[in-house]
Ligand binder design. Sequence first.
Ligand code: BGC
Length: 585
Amino acid sequence: MPRSLTENPRWYQTAVFYEVFIRGFFDSNGDGIGDLRGLIDKLDYLEWLGVDCLWLLPFYSSPMRDGGYDIGNYEEVDAAYGAREDLIKLVDEAHARGIRIIADLVMNHTSDQHIWFQESRSSGDNPKADWYIWRDDDSGWPEARIIFTDVEQSNWAWDSERQQYYWHRFYSHQPDLNYDNPEVVEAMLSIVKLWLDTGLDGFRLDAVPYLYQRDGTSGENLPETHAFLRRLRSEIDARYPGRVLLAEANQWPTDLVDYFGSSDECHMCFHFPLMPRMFMAVRREQRLPITEILAQTPELPDGCQWGLFLRNHDELTLEMVSDEDRDFMYAEYGADPRMKRHLGISRRLAPLVENSRPLAELLHAMLFSLPGSPVLYYGDELMMGDNVYLGDRDAVRTPMQWTPDRNGGFSRADFAQLYLPPLMDPVYGYQAVNVEAEYRDQGSFLHWVQKMLSVRRRHEVFGLGSIEILAVDNPSVLAFIRSYYPESSLAVKDSENFAGNLEGDDASQISTSLDFREDSKEGEERCVLCIFNLSRFAQPASLDLARFKERQVTELLGRVPFPDIQEGDYRITLGPHGFYWFSIT
Ligand code: BGC
């Protein structure tokens, strides 16, 4: 039965997102570059997989020196991807399958080829002279860190035409816009509307923390930036209800939650600090990195949601970890210098876990059950590999592998014409790893992901429930309870942070805040116990579930009844990297 769009304006709280690099997804016209029509051709696949919302990487006209994050014209679709009509068709076709679409929006900077910058650099007194940030010397805002430390030496770059320095937080070919100029603010708001009018369901807001600069600050998370986001949100709420803003703010949890405002800024934020800690936890075979960061994560304001992810189109960023943990991550996951990019590791999920299926399943099971909406990266559902010999972050942006045919079924162009070579190595190459083969094989990772998503879809507790970390005697075992009370929109109870009443550096107590309302709908499960073995070896665990005495425990994937909870400890054995999702009824 075809799915239809839910009318719930808070759809994003229970959605599964899928990140698409249009350039690498499917080439419909044989020019070697993926395009919007190609993506339309593959919507049936995405519907089958069970995702609810696509996140499109920037599709705007661009010189493509930073994967399209260097926008040359905000008002046009890049000719290689198609035209505005193709985007409208894509949105309509996706909606007809119950899938929403959000687009990346790069507000912080443009390409130096953008006509605004060309005009701005032409003199000190043209109408766009102050649309960017110009100075006579490069000494301003020394407290602002350099983000691409491996390629840029300064946040200032000299422009020989204007004979001045301009400010940039990323590549020097990406000058920052000047948001202190009200004309820039208005121009950006009209671009937002221009694209929302195509029917898009919202935006992933690229690099939002850096919109403003102020003397004596790091130029991140400034009050002016939050004021701008409130303005943006109010304009969207007024004219485009049900659309979502998802912030890319690579920040510590306490700064991150500010991007939700009082439910009046972004609806969602990526949980950047959690991501590397999931990789750390499985390599250390200890739950501590995860429980520690959950304990530091403040409660979500009403109507908000985390975006959770394992991998994306960028490097596995290590900005939000200590120096010691960064060294550990480089040693464990990025030993070859070619794998290091910017402040992180440019590798895909499967090679990171050495192609271990149980480990890939474990990480995804955590991704699908921790509080937030999971965001998958194209190809990871196949356990696609990477190519560390490619420059910048292209290692993880190779063509999607559809079939074992020429070019992996991605394009009919000559191999030499492809935007990047598809993987052809014996382990991850398209002849071994592709959609066609995995679709036929019921035991494939692709089918496993599809089944997990269909189970997740049946239990809104994963999107809407509160979390409490349970005390477990075995440090290699992570266990938590997600619970949801259907009559209240978000069942976060009595707890200051979303890890319930965690204390110190680990889970030590079980909250007594869980109870069941008598008026909850009959038969609807409200409580899911999730247990994960982070170790390579089988592990026993003993959980204190006394307050659930006499309740029934049912394994969710197979609906298999497990022993009821008796007095005191509930004992479980988990296989290597094993996990369980249990409903407690
Ligand atoms: C995007 C990157 C991009 C950068 C500059 C980011 O945060 O995810 O891919 O290079 O912004 O636009």
